[in-house]
Design a binder for this molecule. Structure first.
Ligand code: SF4
Length: 480
């Protein structure tokens, strides 16, 4: 593929991709022109656009350890603690520009997780996945394509392991092994940015038993490969995207990442794109690494999105004349405290990162999980405070159509006026931004994106070293 440099190159490449995407039962001709998909394309395009701005070169780009070339940081393998910190700084920066999820981190984290784990797999099984993966990585870095990181399988009956599901396709698996590659079947759910990515990097979804070899699969698949079908997920206020304008809240970039169900109907994958095949013992390590790398991010992107929401909430108060009230100031301060708390988690887990045997750097797993866990709580509290400050008008505002109406527009302007000199349009825009950023799909994304809270608690049990904590307590009071 021709290297993608500018955001226009990115959009052009998606137009040429001709992958099969369904939206509400209909095939989408061009994801870049579809009103419901275009905002997500615009948000992801910022990962290309900002990389070209000289003032952001240090955060948005890196030097490839494989080729020595300057590359987009979203295709980089972390070579130091500094790289880990720059990663989360980059995410907060892009969130400030877009106010939403820009999606490309999932594939970025997949690249790093598979890099580390393919190396370890080779050490353990004398396989040759790592060199294969490095060759693929060079292609990704040179072409600057966008990847989606495909981890979550639909899972069917969660009480049953993959091998005991009534329908084996509820977990992605190998259905045929050939001399030139493998054939896979199954699906990946909740795939952020999938409809506007070029390829999917598939990983197992959970730890596997020795007899579940066909599910221990990691490979890269172009999203326009024969047999791949994408079905876009419906979001809160989805129909407003078709209206455009004020009521959408964030019309240019959308409110969340745009998730899709990606289905593999007997998709052929050549061996050079297969990075794990049958080594069940490596599945849990790969899952844990991907999850940790993605949980590291959440104080960066959600911290940045929260900054935008704090700003919008402060403006809403100013526009309606309440900004001077002490309880409003106190609530805004609390919102900032919560945003900085999640941000500090992302910085801390990055700063405490360490080198893996592959040479790639990896954040502190316990702190990364704590960061994500805080996000599942603090984003809800930030949203609650935004609602508190902005007022009930968030839920009762008229349509933009009423504002534009020749019959009642003057009444909307009269009765939705706020502080002296503030245009009613400005007030409504800010209130709609708050409404759309602080409810529905946006909140659920903070709860379940990068893993549900329970998955973080599992990590505390594993990494929290409770026995050591008990020993400290015993020693202090003199219990043997
Ligand atoms: Fe990136 Fe955050 Fe979106 Fe995940 S939720 S893809 S970390 S912007």
């Amino acid at each position: 593929m021709k290297p993608i440099v500018t955001s226009q190159d990115y959009i052009r490449s998606l137009k040429e991709q001709h992958h099969i995407v369904y939206y509400n039962g209909r095939r989408v001709d061009d994801v870049t022109e579809h009103p419901a998909l275009r905002p997500h394309v615009n948000a992801a395009a910022m990962t290309y656009e900002l990389a070209l701005r000289p003032e952001h070169e240090d955060l948005m780009t890196a030097v490839s350890h494989l080729t020595g070339k300057r590359i987009n940081r979203f295709t980089h393998i972390h070579q130091s603690v500094e790289d880990l910190i720059k990663k989360v700084q980059m995410l907060r920066l892009i969130a400030h520009e877009t106010g939403t999820c820009f999606q490309r981190c999932v594939g970025f984290d997949g690249l790093n997780a598979v890099y580390m784990t393919s190396y370890d797999t080779d050490q353990k099984y004398n396989t040759s996945y790592f060199q294969r993966f490095c060759d693929y990585l060079k292609y990704v870095q040179d072409s600057n394509i966008m990847l989606v990181g495909g981890m979550t399988d639909p899972k069917g009956d969660r009480s049953l392991p993959p091998g005991r599901q009534t329908d084996p396709d509820l977990f992605t698996h190998v259905v045929e092994t050939r001399s030139d590659g493998i054939v896979i079947r199954g699906a990946k759910a909740h795939q952020t940015g999938a409809v506007n990515s070029h390829e999917i990097l598939i990983m197992p979804t959970q730890a596997l038993r020795p007899e579940e070899k066909q599910y221990a699969i990691s490979c890269a698949v172009p999203l326009n490969a024969p047999g791949v079908v994408l079905i876009f997920g419906r979001q809160t206020n989805e129909e407003r995207k078709f209206e455009g304008g004020i009521d959408v809240g964030n019309p240019r970039y959308g409110l969340v990442g745009g998730e899709a169900l990606v289905i593999f109907q007997d998709v052929f994958v050549p061996w050079e794109r297969v990075f794990l095949c049958g080594e069940t013992e490596m599945a849990s390590l790969l899952v844990e690494r991907f999850a940790t790398l993605h949980r590291q991010n959440y104080g960066g992107c959600k911290g940045g999105v929260s900054d935008v929401l704090v700003g919008a909430t402060a403006l809403a108060a100013e526009f309606q004349g309440t900004a001077g009230a002490s309880h409003i100031k106190e609530k805004l301060a609390e919102m900032m405290h919560l945003a900085e708390t999640i941000w500090s988690g992302s910085v801390a887990c990055s700063a405490m990162g360490s080198r893996t045997p592959s040479g790639a750097y990896y954040p502190d797993a316990l702190l990364a999980n704590t960061t994500k866990h805080n996000v599942t709580r603090h984003i809800y509290e930030i949203a609650r405070l935004a609602h508190d400050v902005a007022g009930g008008i968030l839920a009762t505002m008229p349509f933009e159509g009423d504002l534009r109406s020749t019959e009642v527009g003057h009444l909307v302007r009269k009765y939705l006026a706020g502080a002296e000199g503030v245009p009613v349009e400005a007030r409504l825009k800010i209130l709609r931004l708050i409404e759309n950023m602080s409810g529905g799909t946006a909140l659920v994304e903070s709860m379940h994106g990068a893993g549900s809270p329970q998955t973080q608690k599992v990590m505390y049990a594993r990494l929290g070293n409770l026995e050591q904590k008990k020993r400290w307590a015993k020693r202090i009071v003199g219990i043997e």
